[in-house]
Design a protein around this ligand. Structure first.
Ligand code: UD1
Ligand code: PEP
Length: 423
């Protein structure tokens, strides 16, 4: 296990290139199960979660090779396996994304129940509801979801849950429905760019999907899908994290290979929090840290402010000149980073799903623990701004979703090193 050792208060300056989106690449890889033909994916980030999906697809009969560090080729060796085992699913919730494709093409799936995680309960009732609506029979036994259906049938369904739409739920049902007989209409669909990216990918494989990126998606079933060569969209959460990094260090970062259009709301919110953002093109922007200002914000489904940037924003406004209110509307318990930020001198009070962050003049370095991927990123940002030395423990969470994080930060002038945690 590794940790980061950070010596803070260096102003970050320079250019960073954004990697492909983890949350797009994972479902795209799972969708390769829908065809017997080769799939080539470009702009795949080199991450622990991607390696986990490679192991899972290998177990499911695929063979994956790297054509270059960010391009993978997925080929089929066997269409027989249908089990996603606990040992893999426990490492990564997105493993649930194989349920829809397995059911759609192989007629059955046995997928370990993913359970919750440190960001709170993560039910899958909407995934199950969608599969059942398509005609699947589902039982939960020995911690596994067993799903069978020789032929799925299109139908109209509403997938809106009590916390709003489900990203992976929408993606899973969409992947199951592409090979179903007839028309499927998903109401209450998630509108995240990653859902639209998956629909584009599937359409290029011969699917017939319209409306992805809105709350109503229509899928006309087709008989089969063919291979495809496709480029994943940029990671909007990584881009947002570097905007926050410029803000918290008073730096100036040129962010390249991003999708500015997908960042509209984060740009608005970080600007209100005092980061000056200059948009140079559809893919390039400059973020400049100025005086950090307090904000009031709710995390909500796209196009609103994403929960996956909440911890990074919280780290930033710990240093504002006023009181910020951050309401978490997606994962009400996703605040474990707050206690760690308080160890560094932040003043944060959690009341249910609301964090009240009173700005302090400075943070001081401490030993702190990453509890999940984005909490970890938020803590690194705090360490970059803090006086003295910060040690961020359990950075395997960060490795799940940030490619070459410390290298990218170091290239911008950060003093950050990876060391074995046990030392
Ligand atoms: C791999 C991936 O893409 N992960 C993202 C995806 O996770 P994921 O797709 O798992 O998150 P969901 O969109 O499903 O969750 C949104 C809300 O719906 C609830 N819910 C979800 C499913 C369900 O069956 N029942 C139910 O009630 C969840 O508890 C949560 O409150 O979207 C989240 C919300 O934007 C992001 O934080 C994750 O980074
Ligand atoms: C919560 C996240 O990922 P996952 O859904 O894979 O846990 C994330 O990317 O912030």
């Amino acid at each position: 296990m590794d940790k980061y050792v950070i010596h803070g208060q260096h102003r970050l300056q320079g250019t960073v290139s954004i990697s492909g989106a983890k949350n797009s690449s994972l479902p795209l890889m799972a969708a390769s199960l829908l065809t017997a033909e080769p799939v080539i994916l470009h702009n795949v980030p080199y991450l622990m979660d991607i390696r986990t999906m490679v192991s899972l697809l290998t177990q499911l009969g695929k063979s994956i090779s790297y054509l270059d560090p960010h391009t993978i080729k997925i080929e089929e060796k066997s269409a027989e396996p249908y089990e996603a085992p606990y040992d893999i699913v426990r490492k990564m919730r997105a493993s649930i994304a194989v349920l829809g494709p397995l059911l759609g093409r192989r007629g059955k799936a046995r997928v370990s129940f993913p359970g919750g995680c440190t960001i709170g309960p993560r039910p899958i009732d909407l995934h199950i509801k969608g599969m059942k609506a398509l005609g699947a029979e589902i039982t939960i036994e020995e911690g596994y979801i067993n799903a069978t259906c020789p032929e799925l049938k299109g139908c109209q369904m509403n997938l809106l849950g009590s916390f709003g739409p489900s990203v992976l739920g929408t993606e899973n049902v969409m992947m199951a429905a592409v090979l179903a007989k007839g028309t499927t209409i998903i109401e209450g669909a998630a509108a995240e760019p990653e859902v639209a990216d998956l629909a584009n990918f599937l359409n290029q494989m011969g699917a017939n999907i319209t409306g992805a990126g809105t709350s109503i998606i229509t899928i006309e079933g087709v008989d089969s899908l063919h291979g495809v060569e496709y480029t994943t969209i940029p990671d909007r959460i990584e881009a947002g994290t570097f905007i926050a990094a410029a803000g918290i260090t008073g730096g100036e970062i040129r962010i390249e290979n991003a999708c500015v259009h997908h960042l509209a709301e984060p740009i608005e919110i970080f600007s209100r929090a005092g980061v000056e953002i200059e948009i140079l093109s559809d893919t390039t922007l400059i973020a400049r840290g100025k005086n950090i200002r307090p904000i009031e914000v709710e995390t909500k489904p796209y196009p609103f402010f994403p929960t996956d940037l909440q911890a990074q924003l919280m780290a930033l406004v710990t240093l504002s000149d006023g009181i910020s209110i951050i309401s978490e509307k997606i994962f009400p318990d996703r605040f474990l980073h707050a206690a760690e930020l308080c160890r560094m001198g932040a003043d944060i009070h959690i009341d249910g799903a609301v964090a009240v962050v009173k700005g302090v003049p400075y943070l001081s370095g401490a030993a702190i623990m990453a509890s999940d991927l984005r909490a970890g990123a938020g803590l690194v940002l705090a360490g970059l701004a803090a006086r003295g030395k910060t040690e961020v423990l359990r950075i395997y969470h960060i490795d799940r979703g940030y490619e070459h994080f410390e290298e990218k930060l170091r290239a911008l002038g950060a003093d950050i090193e990876r060391r074995p945690q046990e030392e």
